[in-house]
Design a protein around this ligand. Structure first.
Ligand code: GLA
Ligand code: ZN
Length: 743
C-alpha cells in the first residue's frame, strides 16, 4: 500500500480552514475576538493569512507593519489553529503604482493598466520583483520560525499575460535561446515563408498583439509557453527568497481549476505541494448535478496527478455560493459536505474555503463565507461547515494516504493550446477537454481510478493509457507510447492524433507521426468534420454500432485488425476502429468521434486485458480509494437526491460509525468511508497531540477533549463490531513514520 506522505506533521489530520482576512477588521476588535471561538466551533484547524494584505503590511514604501499579523498568528496558534501564510504579491498597493507605474501590466491591445483590481502586475518588472522580494523577505524573517506557520502560499492565482516592452524583450531572448540563436531555425519551425512572414532577426518578433501577428500558429503557441515560463520565473523569485530566509517551510501556489493560461505541469515540480481553488457551478441549468460533480472530480484528478504519490490541497472552495458565476445559486443543503468529501476522496488533505468571514464592502461582499454578515454560528452554512469540520476530524487518519492508479489519461496544456488555435476541424466542436473528461468519467463509472498526466510523463506505473486527440506530439512521445505498448500496455488513441510536432509543423509521410503509424498500423489520410446534424456510425462484426458525430478519419490500414467499419457516406465500409498487437500489448485506434459512453465496452476490454478489476457501482455513485501506511479507505459519494445502494462493501464505515458487510446504503448526497486496514496495533489516538509542544493550544482547548471522549469515538469503542477498528490503523496514525515534504 505504500507509505503515507504526511504533508503537515504538526497538524496530524486533514486541514479544515480557509482565507482569513483580519486586516479588514482591525478597527473592530469585537469582531476579531469572535473569530477564533467561532473557528473552534466550526472545527477549523488552519487558516490562510496575508492574501492581498500588502497595503496593510506595507502602507508606505519600506515601512512594514506586521504586529497585527503576529498577534493574529499567535492567537490562532494558542487556539490550535495553524497558518498558511501568503505573500501579498497578488495585488499592488496604490503607492507602488503611483511611484512605479511600469510595474502595471500591458494588455494584448498594448494598453498599460492603471492602478486597481488585482493579479495584474508585469511578471518581468524588476521593480515589482524587487518590491515583492523585499516584503517576502521581511515576512519570512519575521514569521519563518513561528510555530504556527505550516505553509507558504505564493501570491494568489497567478495568471494572465503582459505585453509590455520588457516582456516583449524577454520573449525575444527566450526565442533566441530556444532556437539556438539562429533565426533561420525559427523561420523554419514556424514556416514563416508562408504569407511572407520571414524574420531577419529575433528583435523583429513580436508577441501576438491583438492588432499584430496572430497568424503564425508556432508563434502563438510559443507565446503561451513563454508566459508560463515567465510566470514561473516570477514565482521562483518569490520562492527563492522564502526558502533562503525561512528554510524548511513548504510552499505552494493556488491553481485555478483547468485554467488555460498556464501549463500547471511546469509549475508542479517547483512546488512542494499542489493546491487549487475549486468553484463548480452547482445546480446549473445546463447539465445535471451529477455532471457537475463528475467534471469537478476530473479537475481534482488533474490536481492529484500533478504531484503523484502525495496528497494535494483544495485551497479554496465556496461556503454556500460564489458571487461571480452567471447565476449565483445557493448550494443546496448537503452539497457542502458532499463537495468537501469529494475533495478528500480524490486525494486532497484539506477542505479550505474562500472565505472565513464575508467582507463588509467591495467586490466580494456577497461571496459565500463560513460567517455571514449576520455574524452568528447558527446559520445553515456555518452549521454545514461545522458538520464537515467534525467529520474531517474523525477522518484524520486518512491524511497522508494517496490515490493510486494503474490507468492514465494523457492530457497536455500544449495540446489544448494547439488544438484550440489550429485552423482545422470545426470551431465549435473541437472540445478537447470535453473528450478527455468524458473518457475519464467512463473509467470512473467503472470504478477505476485514472491518473491524468502529461504525454511525456513516465508511463511505467500504468497498464492502460488513453490518449485522446493527441494532436501535438512532443519529442519522444511516440517512442514512449511504443515502449509502453510493447511491454504489455493497452493503449487507446483516437482521430486527430500525431499531426504536428512541438512547433506545430505537420509530420510528413502520414499521420500519426513519430513512429505511431507503425505502432497502430494505420495512416490517417483525411479527416471529415461533420455538421451538427450529420450522422454516421461504426459497426462491429457482431453487429454492435456506435454513433459517429463531428469527426471521422479515413484510414489506410497497413498492419492492424479492423474491429469496426463506417456504415455511411462515401467512406462506408472503410475501417474506423482498429487494433494492433504490438509486443506484449495492444494499440487501439478509434478513428471517429463516438460518445465515450458507447466506447465503454472497449474500455472494459482494455481493463480486463490489463487485469484491472472493475468496481460495479450504481449510476449516481462516485468511488475512490486512498491508501497508505497499511490502511485503505474506500470513499463512496452519492450524487443523487435519491438513496443509492452499493453491493459488496465490507468494513468499518467511518462517517456513520457502522460496520458494513454486504450492502452499503447512501442517502441523498450521502457519503461513506470504509476503512480497511491490516493488523496494526492501536495506539492512543491523540497522544501525539498532547505531547507536541506546538499542540499546547489544542491540549488546552476543552473542545479537543471531545476528540478523546466524543460520542463518536465512544460509540466506536463500545461497538462490538468495532473489532474491525483493530485492523483499521486510525488510532495508530500519530506514531507512524511520516515522510515530510522536502522543502
Ligand atoms: C479566487 C481568489 C479569491 C476569491 C475567490 C472568489 O479563488 O483566489 O481571492 O476572489 O476567487 O471565488
Ligand atoms: Zn510586462
Amino acid at each position: 500500500m505504500g507509505e503515507k506522505k504526511i504533508l503537515f506533521p504538526k497538524i496530524k489530520g486533514l486541514l479544515h480552514g480557509g482565507d482569513y482576512n483580519p486586516e479588514q477588521w482591525l478597527d473592530r476588535p469585537d469582531i476579531l475576538e469572535e473569530d477564533i471561538p467561532m473557528m473552534k466551533k466550526a472545527g477549523i484547524n488552519c487558516v490562510t493569512l496575508g492574501v492581498f494584505s500588502w497595503s496593510v503590511c506595507e502602507p508606505v514604501e519600506g515601512e512594514y507593519h506586521f504586529d497585527w499579523l503576529e498577534k493574529v498568528m499567535d492567537d490562532l496558534y494558542e487556539a490550535g489553529i495553524y497558518t498558511v501564510l501568503s505573500t501579498p504579491s497578488g495585488a499592488r498597493p496604490a503607492w507602488l503604482d503611483e511611484k512605479y507605474p511600469e510595474a502595471m501590466r500591458v494588455n494584448k491591445q498594448g494598453l498599460r493598466a492603471r492602478h486597481g483590481v488585482r493579479h495584474n502586475h508585469c511578471m518581468s518588472s524588476p521593480i515589482y520583483r524587487e518590491k515583492a522580494a523585499a516584503i517576502d523577505h521581511a515576512l519570512a524573517k519575521r514569521f519563518g520560525k513561528h510555530p504556527g506557520l505550516v505553509l507558504w502560499h505564493l501570491s494568489n492565482e497567478m495568471g494572465g499575460e503582459c505585453y509590455c516592452p520588457l516582456c516583449v524583450k524577454k520573449f525575444q531572448e527566450y526565442l533566441w535561446e530556444k532556437f539556438d540563436h539562429d533565426i533561420e531555425k525559427l523561420n523554419h519551425a514556424w514556416w514563416t515563408t508562408f504569407w511572407s512572414h520571414r524574420y531577419n532577426g529575433f528583435e523583429q518578433v513580436e508577441p501576438p498583439f491583438a492588432n499584430g501577428e496572430g497568424s503564425i500558429m508556432g508563434l502563438n503557441l510559443e507565446w503561451k509557453r513563454f508566459t508560463t515560463r515567465n510566470t514561473l520565473d516570477f514565482m521562483e523569485g518569490e520562492l527563492a527568497v522564502l526558502k533562503e530566509a525561512a528554510p524548511g517551510i513548504p510552499a505552494t501556489t493556488n491553481f485555478m481549476m483547468l485554467y488555460n493560461g498556464l501549463d500547471y505541469r511546469e509549475f508542479a515540480p517547483r512546488l512542494d505541494l499542489v493546491s487549487w481553488d475549486c468553484y463548480p457551478r452547482f445546480h446549473n441549468d445546463g447539465e445535471t448535478f451529477r455532471d457537475t460533480m463528475l467534471d469537478n472530480a476530473f479537475q481534482h484528478g488533474v490536481m492529484r496527478s500533478l504531484k503523484k504519490g502525495q496528497p494535494y490541497l483544495m485551497m479554496e472552495s465556496a461556503p454556500g455560493l460564489v458571487n461571480w458565476h452567471p447565476y449565483n445559486k445557493l448550494q443546496r443543503p448537503g452539497v457542502h459536505r458532499l463537495a468537501g468529501m469529494q475533495a478528500v476522496a480524490s486525494g486532497s488533505d484539506s477542505v479550505q474555503y474562500f472565505q472565513w468571514r464575508k467582507s463588509r464592502g467591495s467586490f466580494e461582499q456577497y461571496h459565500g463565507a463560513v460567517v455571514d454578515h449576520l455574524g452568528t454560528d447558527d446559520t445553515r452554512i456555518f452549521q454545514e461547515a461545522a458538520g464537515l469540520g467534525s467529520l474531517l476530524k474523525k477522518l484524520a487518519p486518512v491524511s497522508g494516504t494517496v490515490v493510486r492508479a494503474r490507468t492514465a489519461l494523457l492530457f497536455d496544456w500544449d495540446n489544448r493550446w494547439a488544438i484550440a488555435d489550429s485552423k482545422a476541424l470545426g470551431e465549435q466542436s473541437k472540445k478537447y477537454e470535453r473528450v478527455c473528461m468524458d473518457i475519464w468519467r467512463e473509467f470512473a463509472g467503472l470504478g477505476v481510478e485514472m491518473d491524468i498526466v502529461g504525454s511525456d510523463s513516465p508511463l511505467e506505473d500504468y497498464d492502460v493509457v488513453a490518449a485522446p486527440m493527441l494532436y501535438l506530439l512532443k519529442p519522444g512521445v511516440g517512442k514512449s507510447l511504443t515502449e509502453f505498448t510493447e511491454r504489455g500496455g493497452q493503449l487507446l488513441a483516437t482521430y486527430f492524433t500525431g499531426y504536428v510536432d512541438e512547433n506545430l509543423l505537420c509530420f510528413l509521410g502520414g499521420f500519426p507521426g513519430e513512429g505511431l503509424k507503425e505502432l497502430f498500423g494505420v495512416v490517417s489520410e483525411e479527416i471529415d468534420t461533420l455538421y451538427p446534424s450529420d450522422r454516421n456510425s461504426v459497426r462491429f462484426e457482431d453487429g454492435r454500432e456506435w454513433e459517429v458525430r463531428e469527426y471521422a478519419e479515413r484510414l489506410r490500414v497497413s498492419d492492424a485488425r479492423v474491429l469496426a467499419r463506417y456504415t455511411a457516406d462515401f467512406y462506408q465500409g472503410e475501417p474506423a476502429v482498429t487494433c494492433r498487437e504490438a509486443g506484449k500489448g495492444r494499440a487501439y485506434y478509434v478513428a471517429a468521434r463516438c460518445a465515450a459512453a458507447s466506447m465503454r465496452e472497449l474500455f472494459e476490454e482494455l481493463l480486463k486485458r490489463a487485469g484491472i478489476p472493475l468496481r460495479p457501482l450504481p449510476a449516481s455513485v462516485e468511488y475512490h480509494v486512498r491508501e497508505g501506511g497499511g490502511a485503505r479507505y474506500e470513499f463512496y459519494l452519492n450524487h443523487s437526491e435519491e438513496a443509492a445502494a452499493v453491493k459488496d462493501v465490507h468494513g468499518l464505515e467511518l462517517v456513520g460509525d457502522r460496520y458494513v458487510d454486504g450492502e452499503l446504503t447512501l442517502g441523498k448526497y450521502g457519503v461513506a468511508v470504509i476503512c480497511r486496514g491490516s493488523g496494526l496495533e492501536q495506539g492512543p489516538e491523540e497522544k501525539g497531540l498532547e505531547q507536541g509542544p506546538e499542540e499546547k493550544g489544542l491540549e488546552q482547548d476543552p473542545e479537543e477533549k471531545g476528540l478523546e471522549q466524543g460520542p463518536e469515538e465512544k460509540g466506536l469503542e463500545q461497538d462490538p463490531e468495532e473489532k474491525g477498528l483493530e485492523q483499521c490503523p486510525e488510532e495508530k496514525r500519530l506514531e507512524q513514520g511520516s515522510e515530510e515534504i522536502k522543502g
